[in-house]
Design a protein around this ligand. Structure first.
Ligand code: HEC
Ligand code: HEC
Ligand code: HEC
Length: 419
């Protein structure tokens, strides 16, 4: 682009006529259509996973972008005679966090649970050995529970390659030894008694919330001139007034891009089209500006376009995506954020879906970093051993619009603080 357009536009502004009636070209038009760079991606390609995240390749499994996982088996595997495995090895395997996160993430399992903060998403199996289950049932339930329950949230431990058949037999042998109620050493070990965490969330206190750096940085960037001599301030000298509520109206369906645009992608594309700077998503300047734009709108209830045809269709797609099974663990967003709400997944308390959006971008106290909503989507995917998509993926836009629609009415409170 764009110096030509900028020159005309900026000249008009400098002449004190920002909205020049009849001004030729982009500026008159721009008042209706916000300038956006419409070509190219808004994030790095090929997308590279963040440093420190698991390096494994999950390309054999579904992502939010494509279906790749093998179909569920149709029949249970035949098991002839009793399963005789090594129960002691089974006891180790059920608690092995390196093999998919361990059974204890969801089940209490008698003696295996202590000191590992078992979860309570799933039935307590401490007495499964008395329940009269056939060995074939136990084997297949662990191998791939979908043969008995197509909508199970339990991962297909055998079909998706977490455990070999021999190892699953060891697990079954261990399950058969479970015949007495769990005894917890402390109340914290018992997920029914463990108190939900209380987080300190005074997010606008810069001492408690180091994420406030981004607000200061965003303010600086607002006035910083690009190589072409323009800053945001050139065209918007009073952002705290002009954009007092704007971020609470985002994300929105953007017909020119044929996708949902969130604040972060807007910043990349609008900056490129106006000041000319390159601020890809998930880089510090983009984060700072995005946090600042949200911050200005703090206290404004989220109110987005849910009515236009484009928005309606995107919300419907987003809802579908929350139910798609992804990754090696073969879980859907709703498997944790629906069924597991107000339960423990191992030591992690699952909060309500309402309230999951109003505080993004958010400061992660456990990571000393700001995450925007797209990075959260990426982590929840990688955490269930599925490949993440680039942050500007269309699917994340659909998901973000759906999530925002679920959070309408909540007041923006950015940067939030979360563990
Ligand atoms: C993500 C949560 C989750 C994890 C992790 C999980 N399960 Fe399950 N499991 C469930 C749920 C929920 C059920 C209840 C039935 C259902 O929904 O299919 C279940 C049911 C079972 C059953 C059937 C119980 C019965 O009454 O017959 C067995 C056996 C079982 N799980 C074993 C395991 C083993 C062994 C592991 C680890 C290798 C494991 N589970 C890990 C969620 C989980
Ligand atoms: C060359 C002029 C120009 C520059 C420089 C500029 N903008 Fe804009 N911006 C516009 C125009 C024109 C619009 C659409 C009319 C309006 O809302 O003022 C707009 C709209 C916006 C909006 C509202 C978008 C919407 O959906 O309604 C935001 C937020 C915004 N700009 C932020 C920024 C930021 C951040 C920067 C610095 C990276 C910046 N602008 C730089 C011209 C500019
Ligand atoms: C294995 C369980 C699991 C699955 C599956 C999962 N998440 Fe999460 N998610 C979590 C946990 C644990 C947290 C952190 C605790 C919390 O904030 O509730 C979290 C947090 C989040 C948050 C931030 C909530 C907040 O208030 O800060 C969002 C948004 C989110 N997940 C979206 C998704 C989406 C979208 C999917 C599907 C692609 C998904 N999650 C799949 C476990 C899961």
């Amino acid at each position: 682009m764009r110096t030509d357009i900028l020159a005309t536009g900026v000249a008009a502004i400098i002449a004190g006529a920002f909205v020049v009636a009849g001004a030729s070209g982009v500026y008159a038009q721009a008042k209706k259509t916000v300038p956006l760079e419409l070509t190219g991606d808004a994030a790095a390609r090929p997308w590279k996973r963040y440093p420190g995240w698991p390096v494994a390749d999950y390309s054999k499994y579904n992502t939010l972008g494509q279906l790749a996982s093998a179909p569920a088996p149709k029949e249970p595997r035949k098991i002839v005679g009793p399963v005789t495995g090594d129960a002691a090895n089974g006891a180790k395997l059920v608690a092995d966090r390196t093999r998919g996160g361990s059974c204890l993430a969801c089940h209490v399992m008698g003696p295996a649970g202590n000191a590992d903060l078992p979860g309570n998403v799933a039935p307590d199996l401490s007495e499964i050995g008395n329940a009269g289950r056939e060995d074939e049932w136990l084997f297949n339930y662990v191998y791939d529970a979908r043969v008995y329950n197509p909508v199970t949230v339990m991962p297909p431990w055998g079909s998706h390659g977490f455990f070999s058949e021999a190892e699953i037999k060891d697990i079954v042998a261990f399950l058969k030894t479970l015949k007495s109620p769990a005894v917890f050493k402390t109340e914290l070990d018992n997920p029914e008694k463990r108190p939900p965490p209380v987080e300190k969330r005074d997010n606008l206190d810069p001492i408690e919330n180091p994420g406030m750096w981004a607000v200061d940085k965003g303010q600086e960037l607002w006035k910083e001139k690009s190589a072409q001599g323009f800053s945001c301030n050139t065209c918007h000298s009073d952002p705290a007034v002009s954009f007092k509520t704007w971020a609470a109206s985002m994300p929105k369906w953007e017909p020119r891009l044929n996708k949902v645009l969130g604040v972060e992608e807007f910043v990349t594309r609008h900056a490129k089209a106006t000041t000319g700077v390159d601020w890809p998503m998930e880089t510090d300047n983009n984060r700072a500006m995005s946090v600042y734009l949200h911050f200005i709108a703090n206290g404004t209830p989220i109110k987005i376009d849910t009515e236009s045809d484009g928005a309606k269709a995107a919300i419907a797609r987003g809802l579908e995506l929350t139910k798609r099974k992804i990754g090696q663990l073969n879980m859907a967003c709703t498997d944790c954020h629906g069924i597991a709400v107000n339960h423990w997944i191992r030591g992690q308390w699952m909060g309500e879906p309402k309230g999951q959006y109003d505080h993004f971008p958010t400061w992660r106290t456990s990571l000393l970093a700001i995450w925007d909503i797209r990075q959260r989507f990426q982590w929840c995917s990688v955490n269930i051993r599925g490949d993440e998509l680039p942050p500007d993926a269309k699917e994340y836009g659909d998901l973000e619009l759906y999530l925002a629609s679920q959070n309408e009415g909540l007041k923006l409170s950015v940067p939030g603080i979360r563990h």
